[in-house]
Design a protein around this ligand. Structure first.
Ligand code: CTP
Length: 408
């Protein structure tokens, strides 16, 4: 995805700078040319030698560097890049950018820049929450700067946690890919994706759920965004970071999910990867159910709306391509073909979720998947792959199918 792209990485002075070395490696692996500028504070954490060894280029550190000004200079440094990444973006660097200061090479490059800028903030949670940083972040967002992270979690300092951890290198890579995707094969399309499980309340503290992790649905949403689409991701409760550049709609129950899906229409493409609970409690107890004596509480169930079938059978405003998933434990292809007809969708992505599937760690919750794509034309067996690869392949297949429809 990044073949031939020229990226300028500004490394600020924070402990997360060590992750920026890995970021350089990840960007290079994807074919990007990476040039690095380091602030003087950054050099307390990682060395220009390490950054240069990974980027295969000299590292720029000084504003008034005779040699560099003659051969390249801070104006050219920023102009020659397709995108600038600031990682870690410290509170100090953000403040300088928000106010247009330019007293060192990093800030001068950022001020002279005319390209898109992606910031990966990293700082102590109190610094991130400070009203001054809030103002600077809002100003930078208003100026068109894009953000990835920060994430919540434990900090390097003992006993500190909260929002302030730098996004992981692969999250930053995904953000870079999404930002550079304008002009990608799904530009101008709206893609709607459902993901994760649903939680169906029994009483205020208990619910019915399933083992879906949301990994496949989230990977599809991220891949669609990287292909240039506007993406709405309607997700049940999951333990995953939001994919970059995606509009999130968080829901709990199947009925909430249906309402959020209907509210997000119109869409060109709808992909239903969520593992929606088929049933919910017929009535939700308003108070916590108590163990009073021997009798077990009855749990009557009722059927949830079928979100995929509802959208696929719409007369007006049906997305052009409606794609469902089928998780089967036997007769995978035959059952999935019947499901495609019954639910009225265009394609079904079928997977074998049985213990026999041979997928290490299992499909539910695991990182790999082996699927069949079932369309009106037939059945394609895809090789075993990571969920991210399945997502990429599905998005490429969708882009090709829409392109073919358009030229008919
Ligand atoms: N789905 C949905 N709403 C539901 C149930 C399922 O949108 N209430 C969607 C899922 O997101 C998936 C597809 O339907 O894309 C297949 O779901 P699955 O649970 O496998 O199908 P069922 O209709 O439950 O069929 P069966 O239980 O017979 O396998």
């Amino acid at each position: 995805m990044l073949q031939g792209k020229r990226l300028l990485l500004v490394i600020g002075g924070g402990i997360a700078a060590y992750k920026s070395l890995d970021l350089i490696r990840r960007l290079k692996e994807r074919g990007a040319a990476v040039r690095v500028v380091m602030t003087s504070a950054a050099q307390h954490f990682v060395t220009p030698l390490a950054a240069g060894a990974l980027s295969h280029d000299r590292v720029f550190t000084e504003l008034f560097d005779r040699e560099a000004e003659q051969d390249i200079g801070h104006i050219r440094l920023s102009r020659e890049a397709d995108l600038l990444i600031v990682a870690p973006a410290t509170a100090d660097l953000m403040a300088k950018m928000a106010h247009g200061l330019a007293d060192d090479l990093a800030s001068a490059v950022l001020l002279a820049n005319t390209r898109p800028i992606l910031l990966a903030p990293a700082m102590n949670p109190a610094m991130w929450a400070n009203p001054a940083t809030r103002r600077n972040a809002a100003q930078l967002a208003a100026d068109g700067v894009r953000f990835v992270g920060p994430n919540a979690g434990a900090m390097a300092e003992r006993g500190e946690d909260g929002a302030g951890r730098m996004a992981e290198p692969l999250e930053i890579v995904a953000a870079v890919e999404a930002l550079l995707a304008a002009g990608g094969p799904l530009t101008g399309r709206h893609v709607l994706v459902t993901s994760g499980p649903t939680h169906e309340p029994i009483d205020p503290v208990r619910y019915i759920a399933n083992r879906s992790s949301g990994k496949q649905g989230h990977a599809i949403a991220a891949a669609a965004a990287r292909a240039g689409a506007r993406v709405t991701l309607v997700s049940g409760p999951v333990n995953l970071p939001d994919p970059f550049g995606v509009e999130m709609r968080r829901v709990e129950s199947a009925r909430d999910m249906l309402a959020a899906v209907e509210a997000a229409l119109p869409a060109d493409i709808a992909i239903f990867a969520a593992a929606v609970a088929d049933w919910r409690a017929a009535s939700e107890a308003p108070e916590k159910m108590k163990k009073d004596g021997g009798a077990l509480p009855p749990l009557a169930l009722t059927e949830n709306p079928d979100i995929l079938a509802t959208i696929a059978h719409r007369q007006a405003g049906r997305p052009r391509l409606v794609i469902g998933f089928a998780a089967e434990t036997q007769n995978v292809v035959a059952y999935a073909q019947a499901k495609r007809a019954r639910k009225g969708c265009d394609w079904i992505v079928a997977n074998d979720v049985s213990a026999r599937s041979g997928i290490p760690g299992g499909v539910m919750g695991g990182d790999s998947n082996e699927v069949h794509l079932i369309t009106a034309e037939g059945v394609e067996a895809w090789p075993p792959a990571s969920k991210a690869e399945v997502a990429e392949r599905l998005i490429a297949r969708i882009a090709a199918a829409l392109g073919a429809k358009e030229s008919e």
